[in-house]
Design a protein around this ligand. Sequence first.
Ligand SMILES: Cc1cc2nc3c(=O)[nH]c(=O)nc-3n(C[C@H](O)[C@H](O)[C@H](O)COP(=O)(O)OP(=O)(O)OC[C@H]3O[C@@H](n4cnc5c(N)ncnc54)[C@H](O)[C@@H]3O)c2cc1C
Length: 413
Amino acid sequence: MKYVIIGNSAAGTAAAETIRQQDPHGEIIMLSRDTNFYSRCQLHLVASGQRSPEQANFLPADWAQRYGVDLQLGRSVSEIDMARRLVRCEDGEQFAYNRLLLTTGSRSALPPVQGMDGPGVYGLRHMADAEQLRQVYRNQRHIVIIGAGLVGCELAEALVEVGHPSVSLVEMSPYPLPLQLEEVTGRRLGHMMQQHGINLYCGDGVTQVERNTDGTPAAVHLKSGKRLPADLIVAAAGVRANTELLTRLGAECNRGLIIDEGCRTSLPDIFAAGDVTECRDVTLDRVMSSAIWPAARKQGRVAGTNMAGGKASLQEHTGLRASVSLFGTSMVSVGAVFSPDPAWQKQIYDRTDSRGRLCSKICYSDSKGVLKAAILWGDISQAGLYGEAVLKRCQLGDLDPGDLPDYLMQAVV
Ligand SMILES: Cc1cc2nc3c(=O)[nH]c(=O)nc-3n(C[C@H](O)[C@H](O)[C@H](O)COP(=O)(O)OP(=O)(O)OC[C@H]3O[C@@H](n4cnc5c(N)ncnc54)[C@H](O)[C@@H]3O)c2cc1C
């Protein structure tokens, strides 16, 4: 059996490991545009200079050898010939497959704003982006980051931590991390970021990038009429899935490639996993993308198992499960906290821990008392329990603010 995997990141490597466990003799070829293994979750630290590119590596040096993978790095795939079951690279080399897996992830998308396209504007998605940023940011007086999602917040934190004097963060929503936090915790995070020196502009958006006569950025203009000086701009406000290799073959696709519970695309013997996909999310019961590292790993394992002839399913899969730590405060969010059903009840439990720090639990439950979404702030020791309770649709009854009832004993709807 010949397996070809495109991509060597979270999903692709998890798939290769799983295939090898099930099929000791099959040929596994891994083709990737990247020239190394690295965790994208570390890129903000590489950009700020707190980590070297080598420290962002997430696999041992002998990984390919250990799993018997024919690793072809620096190879960009340009075409898939489904009739002849061939994968073609830009350099003309081609590889035959019996089963193919696409884990091509996504790329940064620049906001469609006048003046955005041009020098001095960066994304943060690839190691090359992080290395470029690291080289240039120290000589730039004013940095503006667009988008206070996970990437924008983590990068802003990293840059002020290394002492950059002027870091501004612009976010359309009324508070940072709008997909992970709700109003109380979101505004609290905003306050914390400002206290640490980040200039935060929430509920506002960039309408124009003003440029100097030499083409370099001079400022960004906001909807509110403000003008922020900007020598360097990082766009962290959106991504676009790299679906093109399969959409041009007619694969079912929304914003990502649609996969079933077994990570199969709509094309024969072609699987997909990770950020490039969309699948059913159990917390919202609808098809959506799940652009987080653990979801990509899980999908990679499911795809790998099924490619090698085993049976695995994405049951209880969610991409709405984020864990982040900013300025020493840990936060975990599970479920659709960003779009609570108006019928859901919201309960907030605050306490201070032994070091006097504020810890909060925010729980959303439906009319039957089923936990639909939760945020843990400060103390995340029960993140696993709350995560499972949301996934398993546990009925929590009278929720004890100090402790979660034995959720496994509760009725599962
Ligand atoms: C700055 C940053 C911070 C993040 N922080 C977190 C975090 O804290 N927690 C979290 O859970 N997630 C985080 N994420 C998201 C996480 O990194 C992704 O969910 C994860 O990397 C997805 O893995 P993947 O395998 O699907 O794709 P990717 O990691 O995007 O990898 C895509 C792979 O496909 C290859 N490829 C693409 N096109 C081609 C082609 N045509 N030919 C050959 N190869 C190709 C690339 O070389 C690459 O190897 C972060 C992401 C970024 C960018």
